[in-house]
Design a protein around this ligand. Structure first.
Ligand code: SF4
Length: 618
């Protein structure tokens, strides 16, 4: 019997058969071993999906998941969406803030599992106990902003929370996202395209329930400690004021900022995209996710010039990096406009910026011509090209039809020269940090479960400080201790992802407070070691999911540019990550993980030790 924290029910909706069923959370999940969020998602994906299923097949589940702390006072506890990615073919968990997750819990659901595929566009309405799959033919074709507004109007319910796709998801752009609260996105891995393949335009929820806690007093005390720790922390205070945008000048100074398709890692005009400029000229107010004191969201409006009147939340660091510096663009107003278009159409700004920068380099190197690009002059620095290509990608017009397939597929089509300058790992376009000046990050990208991703481990801060977590002095550009740091961060991160805790606050909250909040909310008695073990268990199960899909050590690689081309300037001038260094870190990493060193597959013994006997492949 669940004692607290959970809403108590799982909703399963089959769009092919139009069957809806409710199952009790504890019947459906091994709650103590997988806890919630990513853990529940991994358990369902292992159980429900046959290896080799196409991501756009009706059998691929699309799962909206909360954690036991979502909707409580815990700062930064959000929602994640799990599916098999159409971009990478791997497991994909994509996390999003805002208020949708909390509302889902108040409506009574820990998870909503969407199976099958509808013949006609539909949306799912969850209003407490009232469940309805509604016709959405009148919504198909609308952008994200219009869809949200229309659903609220149609239901005369302003308090509805809506998760929906825009035209990019409808058009199966492989990096389309699912959008929540207008400006928040489950951005990475193409969850929006899977939703589009199911002809599901939106899920709208409204809940009036409450979350029962096992020990309210202890929970409030611990959650208050976590909030105070955040409010006292200097980095968090800076994030409160400047959002993630503050990072852009720091990464440029440290040779980490992708510039002109990662040809360089320092952008000479980074100051024009800085948080200081945005604060002075663009932002109008702070915004927060449910129950988070950090308020790192910034709503801005372009006040003058060609893009005057553009309103958008951000511009977040990743967008400034990938759609700004990486495209050679220093005009923050143009980047804000392109950002707004991505939000409106439902596109991941990281993959979009990356694929556009790749196109620009191909164009400048003659791999693509003006004829190929439907007449668009795809040169670095061209805001016009950036904006035109965002539209082309969304509607799969002209060259956009190929860009919508992502960098990996496009490069394979264009040939060897293009593959050398394609920045992706396992098909996921690399985010806004260059690992040539952060070797540990190279290992993190190569081993991340959903492809090139910076939110599974972040060894960079240790590398820049020159000290490992245990106090050992480490050289910034060496590979010493990186395997240890990356493994520990991945395990801790996966545990927090079971609570669906925000990436930005987890370092400050720490595993002790998370374990205490979990115990007080749910009555589960988990030690700090068991909490870390939870993360290791989930990390291994996800690895086995990927292994079952055919991924092994041979896929834990980095883009050729990071291995072969030294950085041309800046504090890390001359640095690259050699193949030998990467292989050495991988050897150490697999040994620490207890995985087979040659294949990168978790051993039977390791799986048994983690209680994952069912995942041993015959
Ligand atoms: S830190 Fe920012 S993104 Fe994270 S939960 Fe708080 S407001 Fe949301």
């Amino acid at each position: 019997m669940l004692k607290g924290g959970y809403a108590g029910k799982v909703l399963e909706v089959n769009l092919t058969t139009e069957k809806i069923r409710e199952i009790s959370t504890e019947e459906f999940f091994d709650v103590e071993r997988f806890v919630g969020g990513k853990g529940f998602g991994a358990a369902i994906m292992w159980r429900k999906l046959h290896a080799g299923t196409e991501p756009f097949a009706p059998e691929n589940p699309l799962i909206f998941l909360t954690g036991p702390l979502t909707g409580t006072l815990c700062p930064g506890s959000r929602m994640c969406i799990v599916t098999k990615s159409p971009l990478t073919g791997t497991f994909c968990d994509s996390h999003v803030g805002g208020h949708f997750g909390a509302e889902m819990k108040y409506a009574g659901y820990d998870a909503i599992i969407i199976l099958g595929k509808s013949e006609k566009p539909v949306y799912l309405l969850v209003n407490d106990e009232d469940l309805d799959v509604r016709n959405a033919e009148n919504l198909w074709g609308l952008d994200v902003f219009e869809t949200e507004e229309r659903i609220r109007r149609e239901n005369t319910e302003q308090a509805l929370r809506v998760a929906c796709i825009g035209p990019a998801g409808e058009n199966l752009v492989r990096f389309a996202c699912i959008c929540v609260d207008r400006y928040r996105q489950a951005g990475r891995g193409g969850t929006g395209a899977v939703m589009g393949s199911k002809k599901l335009k939106a899920v709208a929820v409204r809940g009036s329930g409450k979350i029962r806690l096992y020990d309210t007093e202890a929970f409030v005390e611990t959650a208050t400690k976590a909030r105070n720790a955040l409010l006292r922390n200097e980095t968090i205070r800076a994030r409160k004021r400047w959002g993630t945008a503050r990072t852009i000048t720091l990464t440029s100074d440290q040779d980490l900022l992708p510039t002109r398709n990662f040809q360089e890692a320092t952008f000479e005009e980074a100051d024009s995209l800085s948080a200081e400029v945005l604060e002075k000229k663009f932002w109008i107010k702070h915004r927060a996710c449910h129950s988070c004191p950090v308020n790192c969201g910034k709503l801005g409006v372009v006040r003058t010039g060609a893009y005057a009147g553009t309103v958008v939340e951000g511009v977040e660091y990743e967008t400034l990096a990938l759609m700004g510096a990486n495209c050679g663009i220093a005009d923050y107003e143009a980047v804000a406009y392109a950002n707004m278009l991505c939000d409106k159409y439902g596109l991941d700004t990281i993959s979009t910026g990356n694929v556009i920068a790749f196109t620009m380099e191909c164009y400048e190197k003659g791999i693509l011509t003006k004829e190929d690009t439907s007449g668009v002059e795809c040169r670095f620095g061209s805001s016009k090209a950036l904006i035109e290509l965002v539209k082309h990608i969304t509607f799969r017009e002209g060259i956009g039809n190929q860009l919508a397939e992502g960098v990996k597929r496009l490069a394979e089509k264009l040939g060897e020269k293009a593959e050398k300058i394609a920045l992706q790992v396992k098909g996921l376009e690399t985010p806004g940090y260059d690992p040539r000046s952060s070797p540990g990050l190279g290992l993190a990208y190569a081993t991340a479960d959903r492809g090139g991703c910076h939110t599974r481990a972040w060894p960079t801060s240790y590398e820049m400080s020159g000290k490992a977590p245990d106090g050992t002095v480490i050289d910034r550009f060496s590979t010493v201790k990186r395997a240890e740091i990356v493994k520990a961060q991945q395990d801790y991160g996966a545990a927090v992802d079971c609570l669906v805790g925000c990436w930005f606050v987890r370092g400050t909250v720490g595993k002790e407070l998370y374990a205490q909040m979990l115990n007080a909310a749910t009555g589960i008695e988990m030690t700090v070691e068991e909490f870390t073990r939870l993360g290791e268990r989930v990390w291994n199960l996800v690895r086995m999911f990927n292994v079952r899909e055919g991924f092994t050590r041979k896929d834990d690689v980095l883009p050729q540019r990071f291995l072969n081309e030294p950085l041309p300037s800046g504090v890390a001038k001359g640095q690259r990550l050699t193949k030998q260094q990467l292989e050495q870190m991988l050897d150490e990493y697999f040994t620490l993980r207890g995985w087979d060193k040659n294949t990168g597959v978790p051993t039977k013994e390791k799986l048994k030790e983690l209680g994952l006997e069912f995942a041993v492949l015959q």
